[in-house]
Design a protein around this ligand. Structure first.
Ligand SMILES: [Zn+2]
Ligand SMILES: [Zn+2]
Length: 345
């Protein structure tokens, strides 16, 4: 079967590799129907130390169940499913508290990898997979796009709003105008925020957010951006959703909050130097981590997509065949597209 592999920094190719097989009783083999490139994949793509042939870090897919391990009771071959990146077991304390992205039964990170491929092995499948009614042919391309966001970016955007405890009437600022930031805008609206400001310098991304529920956009950064936000809100924000993963984004989020405000972090951190006490003087609540993808999908996000209440699939502004995966990465790396979808043959 064909799989994307990193060939060198800034290049992805296709390799013929062995089709995965069932290894554990709780495994499912999935034929991928749609996959995509995540903002977080760009960290591997840009890594100057990447070795040729390194497996792709793709972790978002929808597909058809091909084969199931002997412990699988929830899905059967032929079922159409979302393959969330989180692999929660559904039974441990963390999963039961609604944090399947950091399931207690996994050591270290348990996320998917290698899903930019024709087939994948999906571990902890019995609870973690989310069944979609019908078959892919029952859905429009736009709906397939929205279903695909349920593997990562929509639950991740939602997670930022949940851990920041966004509530009805809140003033919310979203840092990051990529796919996760766009989904965080949708989530803040779902939770009843009265004002939602997206920090963005790109007109197309600003426009998309305004159509999804943002009430204002701020293009300025740093102190200037913070001043602009405070001017629009007539004070600080109740919640800031950090959807980038850089220290500059964290600073921006902290800067827009009023004392006692809440910050939700879902950008995978690429910094390592924030002391726990750094927010003490402002009484800021800080929370965040990997999204509860399966939990949110099962509880309300799949229904919201199927009912047409939300349309997160708009973040896929371009589509590619698997063989053109290099273009899919390049377009995102150069910020020519918000998110690249991979359509399997
Ligand atoms: Zn991702
Ligand atoms: Zn668990």
């Amino acid at each position: 079967m064909k799989s994307a592999v990193y060939t060198k920094a800034g290049q992805v190719g296709i390799e013929e590799i062995k089709r995965p097989s069932i290894q554990e009783a709780d495994d499912v083999i999935i034929r991928v129907v749609r996959a995509c490139v995540c903002g977080s994949d760009l960290w591997s793509y840009r890594n100057p130390d990447i070795k040729a042939g390194h497996k792709n870090s793709g972790h978002e897919a929808i597909g058809i169940v091909e084969e199931v391990g002997e412990a699988i009771t929830t899905v059967k071959p032929g079922d159409f499913i979302i393959a969330p990146f989180t692999h929660g077991c559904g039974q441990c304390d963390a999963c039961r508290a609604g944090y399947d992205g950091t399931c207690d039964r996994h050591i270290g990170t348990n996320w998917s990898g290698g899903v930019q491929a024709e087939y994948i092995r999906f571990h902890f499948a019995n609870w973690a997979l989310v069944k979609i009614p019908g078959q892919p042919s029952d859905y429009s391309e736009g709906m397939l796009k929205s279903l695909l966001t349920l593997a990562d970016v929509m639950p991740t955007g939602y997670h930022a709003a949940r851990v920041a405890n966004v509530q009805k009437g809140d003033k919310v600022v979203v840092i990051g105008d990529g796919a996760v930031g766009q989904c965080a805008v949708i989530a803040a609206k779902m939770r009843g925020a009265s004002q939602i400001i997206l920090m963005s310098r790109h007109e197309d991304r600003q426009q998309m957010a305004l159509e999804s529920g943002a009430t204002a956009v701020v293009a300025e950064r740093g102190e200037e951006g913070i001043a602009k936000v405070r001017e629009i809100l007539g004070g600080g924000a109740d919640a800031a959703l950090e959807c980038v993963g850089t220290e500059a984004a964290v600073e921006q989020a902290l800067g827009v909050l009023h004392n006692g405000g809440r910050m939700g972090i879902v950008g995978v951190p690429h910094y390592n130097n924030r002391a726990l006490g750094s927010t003490f003087a402002q009484n800021i609540s800080v929370a965040g981590g990997a999204a509860s993808a399966t939990t949110y999908d099962k509880q309300f996000l799949l229904k919201a997509v199927l009912d047409g209440d939300i349309n997160p699939g708009r973040v896929f502004t371009s589509s590619y065949k698997l063989k053109d995966i290099d273009q899919a990465y390049k377009a995102m790396d150069e910020r020519k597209t918000i998110k690249s979808m991979i359509v399997m043959d």
